[in-house]
Design a protein around this ligand. Structure first.
Ligand code: ACO
Length: 429
């Protein structure tokens, strides 16, 4: 068998080094021995935006971007979306194994116990304008909760970690629903223990004067599938934010607020909101070719297209398209679907997109469903953040228990001035 090593020759010195290769990677720290002189710092690797750097070992989510494969703990996403509830997938993501019936019941009961939020959180929301972006509201409420649970800072205690994990998974739909109601200046609805995780979310969003809110089962199932599809996606921008913030042993509520901020950006989870704005801007099927021309001239982006890892159809986008049909059977067809399908057809037959392997990602179709469900675009990314909380927590739990991890602290290549003398104001200019 071939040796699992890499031999490098430094042409600056003529010296040769052999470094181990493990799991398809060399350790960046093994490069540090490569020096031009004894006082040389040693060789570093330069990788802006982590294009080719693994920052951790992980056993949670696997993506084969070339073949469009996504596995949570080894199980294909389509099998989980077809057969599981979101909390079942959440348990799997956190624990590594699918729950038995009694484990699932116990987990569901535990989550139900923690769905309420302290009264002061409502006052935090009330202090914000109804025009505030709901992702800002969510981040603020998570940071506020960090102040309420001081024990959550004890991140090295496994029991404390589990308690915060359950609290965050239980409370994030409540926070999302309350941000939605704050924007409409509607009273907040208390969680209902008789309902499932997703049904209860719908109840807190949409209950009005009726004594008992009855969620439509087709829509509840569709939302549950969307939650499953958004549970985790390995080392994406927000998961990396969660890991990076919590690597300082910050508490998980504060770290999750950081992850929410990362998800909010239009190049990440904020893309679902941008897709709807783009479809509105395009307006009619006839305007698609001119929009595509503008994308090719780099005047605009085709939002909901492209992915750092997928260079093939995002398997989540495929499942979302199927889910859309079930939703539209209840809500009526969203006219934007025609524009999206035609946009996808034209893009996938155009060399600009084909040669760059740009395919629809999870955000391309999700917004169309959310809109059919009655959501305005600014809440779309909150609908992404709710299930992704599970993924962030799974990543955090893995990080904290990984003996190799330390505070995340990248190096830089300093290209600025060397030392220079201070110049007083009158002598500058
Ligand atoms: N529209 C037009 N051109 C695009 C798009 C797009 N959506 N995405 C990538 N490209 C082009 C780039 O301009 C680049 O072209 P070039 O090589 O001629 O310069 C090439 O495709 C490669 O793109 P990169 O920007 O290098 O890809 P990267 O991996 O850095 O970015 C990203 C991935 C951020 C997702 C990008 O595709 C994008 O901005 N897409 C639109 C926003 C979006 O939908 N984000 C959601 C991603 S999924 C998620 O986070 C949940």
């Amino acid at each position: 068998m071939a040796e699992e090593t890499l031999t490098l020759t430094d042409n600056r010195t003529g010296k040769t080094y052999t470094v181990p290769v493990k799991n398809g990677a060399i350790r960046a720290m093994d490069l540090r021995q490569i020096k031009t002189s004894p006082d040389d710092f040693g060789l570093m690797s330069y990788d802006p935006a982590f294009m080719n750097t693994a920052s951790c070992e992980s056993r949670i989510t696997f993506i084969d971007g070339d073949r469009g494969i996504l596995l949570y703990r080894g199980y294909p996403i389509d099998q989980l979306a077809e057969n599981c509830s979101f909390l079942e997938v959440s348990y799997l993501t956190l624990h590594g194994e699918l729950p038995t019936e009694s484990q699932l019941k116990a987990f569901e009961a535990e989550v139900k116990k923690h769905t309420m939020v302290p009264e002061f959180v409502k006052r935090v929301l009330d202090a914000m304008s109804p025009d505030a972006h709901p992702m800002g509201m969510l981040a603020a409420c998570l940071a506020a909760l960090a102040t309420h649970y001081p024990e959550s800072r004890n991140v090295l205690d496994p029991e404390v970690r589990w308690q915060q994990t359950v609290r965050l998974i239980a409370k994030v739909p409540t926070l999302g629903a309350y941000a939605y109601r704050r924007k409409r200046e509607l009273p907040y609805v208390s969680p209902d223990d008789d309902l499932s995780y997703t049904e209860n979310f719908m109840n807190m969003l949409w209950k009005m004067t009726e004594a008992e809110y009855k969620p439509n089962p087709v829509l509840a199932h569709a939302l549950d599938v969307l939650f499953i599809l958004h549970t985790d996606h390995e080392q994406n921008c927000s998961a990396n934010a969660m890991r990076s913030v919590s690597s300082s042993q910050a508490d998980p509520f504060a770290s999750a607020a950081g992850a929410v901020a990362a998800l909010w950006g239009p190049l990440h989870g904020g893309a679902n909101e941008e897709v709807l704005k783009m479809l509105d801007q395009i307006g009619t099927l006839e305007n698609i070719p001119s929009y595509i021309e503008r994308v090719k001239k780099r005047e605009v982006m085709l939002m909901g297209f492209g992915h750092r890892v997928y260079k093939n159809y995002d398997p989540r986008a495929r499942i979302i398209k199927q889910t859309a049909d079930q939703v539209f059977a209840v809500t009526g067809r969203n006219p934007k679907l025609e524009i999206a399908i035609e946009l996808e057809r034209i893009a996938l037959s155009d060399d600009f997109f084909v040669s760059r392997k740009l395919y629809p990602n999870v955000d391309f179709y999700s917004g169309i469903i959310y809109q059919a469900l009655g959501f305005k675009p600014d809440i779309f990314t909150v609908l992404f953040a709710i299930p992704r909380m599970t993924g962030w927590l799974a990543q955090w739990r893995e990080l904290i228990t990984d003996k190799e991890q330390k505070i995340a602290r990248p190096r830089q290549l300093y290209l600025g001035y060397g030392r220079r003398e201070f110049v007083p104001v009158p002598q500058r200019g």
